[in-house]
Design a protein around this ligand. Structure first.
Ligand code: C2E
Ligand code: MG
Ligand code: MG
Ligand code: MG
Length: 281
């Protein structure tokens, strides 16, 4: 009996593993075709100046319009995209598309100060192409490099600190700005922070989202704002969901913010409607 049960369990386990493997294989196949089939979309989330509610720019966030699954969020495919290396082509497409869109908006709204932030993955830093990609995207779009911010995470530094620092430095020499995304969630932040030539810290949404009820989170946010000021960096709060959080962040002197309370990430046409309004709060 024990043996039969064992075998049954083994078979269930096997079947589950098989389903998982098939799912993953399908995802990988679909992902390979997604670029040429033009299934990716860019959504734009407004970044706002918290003291006056003015729109300063957008963060570009990828979405996948899957033929049968509908709109798929990046959390569901980025890991596979990274493991297969497809992320490099995806991010290159993203960089080009977001720069083109920003340039078009700058012209349409006579607003050359409008900015765009694009997320990078650790894989983008392994190749030699990143600097060329960025250069090409800027030139093709006719965009001033100071309008582009690249978002990196602390974890990208783990593999190869020296090379990453060098690459970040050359991107910045090209005039592009650099953000540390999800700040406070990685390791060793402080040990390299002073060596990295960066412009912005983005406070992770996990600290912001309940800072009004958690004294600990409030203190963490407050400390990151102070740290940014001390280091001469600008600070952006992510994941603002309530007016109370905005008021707290304003009091703490946090300059920029983004979050559902201000606006969800939007498809281009809806983002354009916000550009006409230009001001929040
Ligand atoms: P992220 O760069 O930290 O982006 C912020 C995420 O928080 C976005 O999720 C955004 O939709 C979400 N968010 C914005 N406001 C709020 C809020 O008020 N509350 C909450 N709970 N969430 C909020 P999204 O779009 O699903 O993207 C997830 C992550 O995927 C991003 O985190 C980024 O790391 C990555 N990602 C997105 N687009 C790209 C891309 O083009 N390339 C790469 N390499 N990574 C990307
Ligand atoms: Mg980001
Ligand atoms: Mg990120
Ligand atoms: Mg983040």
């Amino acid at each position: 009996r024990a043996k039969a049960q064992g075998r049954a369990r083994y078979e269930i386990f096997n079947a589950q593993m098989h389903t998982q493997a098939m799912k993953r294989l399908h995802l990988e196949n679909d992902l390979r075709k997604a670029l040429e089939r033009q299934e990716f979309l860019v959504y734009y989330q407004p970044i706002i100046m918290l003291n006056n509610g003015q729109l300063v720019g957008f963060e570009a966030l990828i979405r996948w319009q899957h033929p049968t699954r509908g709109l798929v969020a990046p959390g569901e495919f980025l890991t596979v995209a990274e493991e297969t290396g497809l992320i490099v082509s995806i991010d290159s497409w993203m960089l080009h598309t977001a720069c083109q869109q920003l340039a078009a908006w700058q012209r349409a709204f006579s607003n050359t100060a409008l900015k765009i932030s694009v997320n990078l993955s650790a894989r983008d830093f392994l190749g030699i192409h990143l600097l060329d990609e960025v250069e090409q995207a800027l030139v093709k779009a006719g965009l001033n490099s100071s309008c582009l911010t690249l978002e990196i995470t602390e974890s990208m530094l783990l593999d190869n600190v020296e090379d990453t620092i060098k690459l970040v430095a050359s991107l910045r020499e090209r005039g592009v700005q650099i953000s540390i995304d999800d700040f406070g969630t990685g390791y060793s932040s402080l040990s390299y922070l002073h060596r990295l030539p960066i412009d912005f810290l983005k406070i992770d949404h996990s600290f912001v989202s309940n800072m009004q009820v958690s004294d600990k989170n409030y203190k963490i946010v407050s400390t990151i704002v102070t740290l940014s000021n001390q280091l001469g960096l600008e600070v952006i709060a992510e994941g603002i969901e309530t007016l109370q959080q905005i008021e707290q962040l304003q009091r703490l002197g946090c300059k920029f913010g983004q979050g559902y309370f201000l606006s969800r990430p939007l498809p281009p046409q809806a983002a354009e409607a916000l550009l006409m309004r230009n001001t929040f709060l």
